[in-house]
Design a protein around this ligand. Structure first.
Ligand code: SF4
Ligand code: SF4
Length: 125
C-alpha cells in the first residue's frame, strides 16, 4: 500500500463531484460537453455512482506535497482514508471512465444510441 510520505499528494490534486446518471440524449450530450474541457473526466465508481473528476491542485499543497493548513484542513480531508485513497483504491473497481469527448462519443455509438434509436433525429456530431 502506498503511504503519504512516498506519494505526490495525489488526493490533493483533484475534486470529485457526484452527478446524476445520464438517462437521456441531452444528458449524454452534457457529458460530452463536460469532458471536452481540459482536466475534466467523468467516471462511474464501483458502487455505480457517477462523478465528475476535476483535476486541479489544492492551493494549500506546498511544493513538497505537504498540506500547509494541516491542523485546520477541511473535514473531507480529515475523513479521507488511506486504504480507499486515489493511490490505494482498486482502480479495477471503476466501471466506466471518460477522459475525452472521443471516448464519450465511442460509448454513445456503441451503447447509448441503440437504446435511443427513435429519438436520434437531429442529433449530429
Ligand atoms: S491519502 Fe493516498 S493519495 Fe493522498 S497523499 Fe496519502 S497515499 Fe497519496
Ligand atoms: S486542504 Fe490540505 S489536505 Fe486538504 S486538499 Fe488541500 S492540501 Fe490536501
Amino acid at each position: 500500500m502506498a503511504t503519504c510520505n512516498e506519494c505526490n499528494g495525489a488526493c490533493c490534486k483533484e475534486i470529485c463531484v457526484g452527478i446524476d446518471e445520464p438517462k437521456t440524449i441531452e444528458d449524454w450530450d452534457e457529458i460530452r460537453w463536460m469532458v471536452a474541457h481540459e482536466n475534466i473526466a467523468v467516471y462511474v465508481d464501483d458502487e455505480d455512482d457517477w462523478l465528475v473528476e476535476i483535476q486541479t491542485n489544492c492551493s494549500k499543497l506546498d511544493k513538497d506535497n505537504k498540506c500547509i493548513i494541516y491542523g485546520k484542513r477541511p473535514l473531507i480531508c480529515k475523513d479521507h482514508k488511506l486504504d480507499t485513497c486515489v493511490k490505494n483504491a482498486d482502480e479495477e473497481g471503476e466501471k466506466l471512465r471518460f477522459n475525452t469527448i472521443e471516448e464519450v462519443e465511442a460509448h454513445i455509438e456503441k451503447v447509448v444510441k441503440p437504446k435511443f434509436q427513435k429519438d436520434l433525429e437531429g442529433w449530429n456530431f
